[in-house]
Design a binder for this molecule. Structure first.
Ligand SMILES: Cc1cc2nc3c(=O)[nH]c(=O)nc-3n(C[C@H](O)[C@H](O)[C@H](O)COP(=O)(O)OP(=O)(O)OC[C@H]3O[C@@H](n4cnc5c(N)ncnc54)[C@H](O)[C@@H]3O)c2cc1C
Length: 404
């Protein structure tokens, strides 16, 4: 048999593995798949040529950071063993084991790692989809910043102070981290565009404030942001977004705002419903080996999955941190399946949570080497940066983590 025949026979025996999405989950899956000793033919599909650090999108939205600092070229970051196709997934034909792409036809898979990530969830609130700004990818984060800049420039021409009002809907991580960055920008914008710091009215409206943190630390965060000029309306739920403000609370109070950020929730990628997955808000409940009972050749990882915490019986919150652990577990389970071994149960020990309040403060509740630490103040932003560096390393190796 010639070398060529041997090569063709080898390729025919290889297992086609398709990874959709190059977020934390997809990148981590590729990293572990590349190390596998099995004969796998792995293809990664992602709509952009780059991976982005979604946990830093709010910094781009507020203009304290530029997209290049949170992006990583996928071809540089993944092993040469992984084939990369830059394209948009438009549908998944699960009966035929095929994924339809916008430009490159269809791709076959024997095994699928679906890591298509998150989108903003507006819960059907009127105006939230079409009027409010979202933070769910680099494009909309950059658009958000340009919207703010356009308002500031218009203020410079007109001196109309109503242009300087921003409403931020939501009291979770994304909202509070965004408020930290906006608060940091106020003095700079005031100086550059010629207004007093107090003229900029940034208001956060939410039913609660960082409910995942101890009250003492949440109170610290709220007071810190108030000292930087942010106003909070707590207990209020926004029922409508208008072009000139929002309606909130049982009494339908109108709060004027030239710009509204909707940062009140996330859901999975809408492709999940379109492709016929049994989903809730485009998240699919998986078995404890990250697979699905009805389609056992599919692993659902990252923000499109819903994984039950065996202790509380509730679904774990979707985070970048858990996405990485899910991806590693799913690859181990593919290997176990291909070698007729027992599945490996998903086990998750959270390293904790860190919430920045702009570049100079934050709060954290973390588990480091078995020690539980609660922190606040200036020590937190460098800690968050160190976590980001570590996650870049975990996803891609030393080269990309040094670049970022
Ligand atoms: C502002 C902010 C701060 C956060 N802070 C933290 C934090 O401190 N810690 C933490 O653990 N988590 C944090 N999170 C949550 C975390 O970012 C998400 O849980 C994480 O990004 C989910 O990873 P993923 O790989 O599932 O999806 P994503 O990161 O959403 O990646 C999905 C990938 O799929 C691609 N894609 C989407 N649709 C298609 C398509 N149709 N075709 C092809 N490609 C497609 C996208 O371009 C993207 O590359 C934060 C989120 C935000 C927004």
């Amino acid at each position: 048999m010639t070398n060529c025949h041997l090569k063709i026979r080898r390729q025919m025996c290889m297992t086609d593995v398709l990874v959709l999405g190059a977020g934390y989950a997809g990148m981590r899956a590729c990293k572990v798949l590349a190390k596998s000793k099995l004969d796998l033919n792995v293809t990664l599909v992602n709509k952009n040529s780059y991976h982005y650090d979604a946990t830093a999108l709010h910094t781009v939205a507020a203009g304290t950071n530029v997209p290049e600092n949170i992006e990583m070229d996928i071809r540089d970051a993944v092993s040469d063993k992984i084939k990369f196709v830059q394209d948009t997934v438009v549908d998944i034909n699960r009966e035929k084991n095929e994924v339809d792409l916008a430009e490159n036809g269809s791709l076959h898979f024997d095994y699928l790692f679906n890591a298509l990530g998150f989108e903003a969830e507006t819960f059907g609130t009127p105006g939230a989809d079409d009027i409010a700004l979202k933070i769910s990818n680099v494009d909309n984060a950059l658009e958000d910043y340009h919207t703010i800049l356009a308002a500031l420039e218009k203020y410079q021409e007109t001196k109309d102070k109503s242009l300087l009002s921003i409403a931020v809907v939501g009291g979770g991580f994304t909202s509070i981290e965004l408020l930290g960055e906006l608060a940091y920008q106020i003095p700079k914008w005031a100086k550059k565009y010629g207004f007093a710091k107090d003229d900029m009215k940034i208001t956060c409206i939410a039913p609660g404030f960082l409910p995942m943190f101890d009250k003492k630390y949440a109170d610290y965060a709220q007071k810190y942001l108030e000292s930087k000029g942010i106003t909070f309306i707590m207990g209020g739920k926004v029922s409508e977004v208008k072009t000139d403000g929002v309606i909130y609370g049982d009494d339908k109070i109108f709060l004027p705002a030239n710009i509204t950020f909707w940062t009140a929730g996330v859901r999975g990628n809408k492709i999940m419903a379109k492709a016929g997955y049994d989903q809730h808000r485009d998240r699919v409940a998986v078995n404890d080996d990250m697979s699905l009972s009805d389609f056992p050749n599919e692993y659902i990882i990252g923000d499109v999955s819903a994984v039950k915490d065996p202790e509380s019986g509730r679904m774990y919150p979707t985070t970048g941190q858990i996405s990485i652990v899910e991806a590693t577990n799913a690859v181990k389970n593919l290997e176990a399946r291909l070698q007729n071994k027992q599945p490996v149960k998903f086990v998750y020990n959270s390293l904790g949570t860190v919430c920045s309040l702009g570049p100079y403060s934050g709060i954290a509740d973390i588990n480091l080497l078995g020690v539980h630490l609660k922190l606040k103040g200036i020590i937190v932003p460098p800690l968050k940066h160190a976590i980001f560096k570590r996650s870049a390393f975990e996803l891609s190796g030393l080269k990309a983590s040094l670049q970022s």
